[in-house]
Design a protein around this ligand. Structure first.
Ligand SMILES: Nc1ncnc2c1ncn2[C@@H]1O[C@H](COP(=O)(O)OP(=O)(O)OP(=O)(O)O)[C@@H](O)[C@H]1O
Ligand SMILES: [Mg+2]
Length: 454
């Protein structure tokens, strides 16, 4: 994929428009991420010299749970085509403690970029690889005759005949007539199944051991027997691998990480604030300190080579219920200069969330039931009631944002989902406002009940 070309069309307005297809409201957050993403591209167009000076504007998304923070990041990554990784800040531990150190996020991102570039390259050599696979299978079915050097007539005739038969066979192979025929062929079996676990918390160590062991085990040829249809795929894949220049792939992957990588650090609020009172004695502040150089820009060693993080974009996110952004150590706060607040969702938002996004919940349930031949419809008043109930329960019990819609809909539709298709064969179902009320009202009015069910 030509990343530059893709980004060229993704102007900030365009990015927001794309995000609008999935996320309702939260315009400030959408604008901030759109600008950050576009700035990356702009920077790449700037001439060398000043280019190196332009640092990414890392962002903190602040907002209650379930209002779209993670969703925005996820969609952003999809549309930018940039290497993107989402990590949970709370998963990391300070260097020296048991657990994953923060540098591993850069290693994971690089790994991901390598996979990404490799699959792109695979696509580009696919056609050639498939042709080679076809040739190999053909050789197996009708071995080619060696060109006769003597030039005697019999030999030549035989050659022509052989060539003809091969072409006839190739035809059959191509239109799938031989798909089910079994064939035996050689494959290079990879040194699989060797998972080497280094001492815990020492990612580098286990990484190197892994490398060492897999290079020690000699790759050997193995015979395999499958149907031709399957064999084509396996051989083509092997040929494709041979055609790909892994060194170039790694170089390109590292370049992409360095120039357009995005790390989304979720739950950053969980590492803010005072030292944890319970649990293992792992200093949150320590994790923050370990994060500093990575966010600021440093070089992380990966198995593909050193990766510089200076221009990697970091987007952090957190609910900040208990702690506040100002509870983060000042140095880290300074490295996330852009703060955006996401708003609590209202009843009106819920109505839109239920119906508008491309992956809207009601669309999901409609599609699910359609597979059983049941056409489900929600009247406007039903949608309004669901939204109203969600807002009410969020208000009374606990605000879990749009996630409340999930719990309410599963409760509302449980009977239908269970009874289809046995008791409710192909049919049309209309959910009305009254039905929503009669189903949910009792639960909503009983606070204890709604705590558990909704
Ligand atoms: N503004 C929104 N528009 C559409 N869908 C939304 C919106 N906000 C949340 N959702 C839906 O709600 C669910 C949870 O949202 P998301 O994962 O983004 O929450 P979050 O803000 O990251 O919360 P947390 O702080 O708990 O991680 C997702 O399925 C998402 O699609
Ligand atoms: Mg989240």
């Amino acid at each position: 994929m030509d990343n530059g070309g893709l980004m060229k069309n993704l102007t900030p307005t365009q990015i927001v428009k794309e995000l609008d297809k999935y996320i309702i409201g939260q315009n400030d957050a959408k604008r901030a991420v759109a600008i950050a993403l576009r700035n990356r591209w702009r920077r790449q167009q700037v001439e060398e010299g000043i280019k190196e000076e332009i640092m990414p504007n890392n962002i903190i998304l602040i907002g209650p749970t379930g209002v779209g923070k993670t969703e925005i990041a996820r969609r952003l990554a999809k549309l930018s085509g940039a290497p993107f990784i989402k990590v949970e800040a709370s998963k990391y531990t300070e260097v020296g403690y048991v657990g994953r150190d923060v540098e591993s996020m850069v290693r994971d991102l690089t790994e991901l970029a390598v996979t990404m570039v490799r699959s792109e390259k695979t696509v580009s050599v696919q056609e050639k690889a498939e042709r080679m696979a076809e040739e190999k299978i053909l050789d197996q079915l009708i071995p080619p005759i060696k060109k006769s050097s003597t030039g005697d007539e019999n030999g030549e005739n035989e050659e022509i005949q052989n060539e003809k038969t091969r072409e006839w066979m190739r035809e059959k192979l191509r239109n799938g007539e031989l798909d089910d025929r079994m064939i035996e062929f050689d494959i290079t079996s990879p040194a699989f199944g060797m998972q080497v676990l280094g001492p815990m918390g020492m990612d580098d160590m286990s990484m190197n051991l892994q490398e060492m062991f897999s290079s020690m085990i000699p790759k050997k040829k193995k015979k395999r027997k499958t149907a031709i249809k399957e064999a084509r795929k396996i051989i083509a894949q092997e040929e494709a691998e041979k055609l790909i220049d892994m060194e170039a792939v790694q170089k390109e992957a590292i370049k992409r990480v360095q120039e357009s990588g995005i790390v989304f650090i979720d739950e950053i609020d969980k590492i803010a604030g005072a030292k944890s009172q319970q649990g293992p004695d792992v200093s949150r502040e320590g994790v923050q300190r370990d994060l500093l150089p990575i966010v600021e820009g440093s070089t992380v060693n990966t198995k593909y080579g050193p990766v510089k993080t200076d221009h990697v974009l970091f987007i952090a996110s957190g609910a900040f219920h208990v702690s506040k952004p100002s509870d983060l150590i000042p140095e880290l706060q300074g490295r996330f200069p852009i703060r955006v607040e996401l708003k609590s969702l209202t009843e009106e938002d819920f109505i839109k969330i239920l119906t508008l996004p491309q992956n809207a919940l009601l669309k999901q349930y409609t599609a699910l039931l359609q597979t059983e031949g049941v056409a489900i419809k929600f009247t406007d008043s039903a949608i309004k009631e669901v939204a109203k109930t969600a807002a009410l329960v969020n208000d009374q019990v606990e605000n879990i944002g749009a996630r409340r819609l999930h719990t309410i809909l599963t409760t509302l539709l449980e009977d239908i989902l269970f009874e289809v298709p046995d008791k409710m064969p192909k049919s049309e179902v209309e959910i009305s406002g009254e039905m929503v009320n009669s189903k949910l009202d009792k639960i909503v009015r009983n606070r204890d009940l709604s705590k558990y069910i909704l």
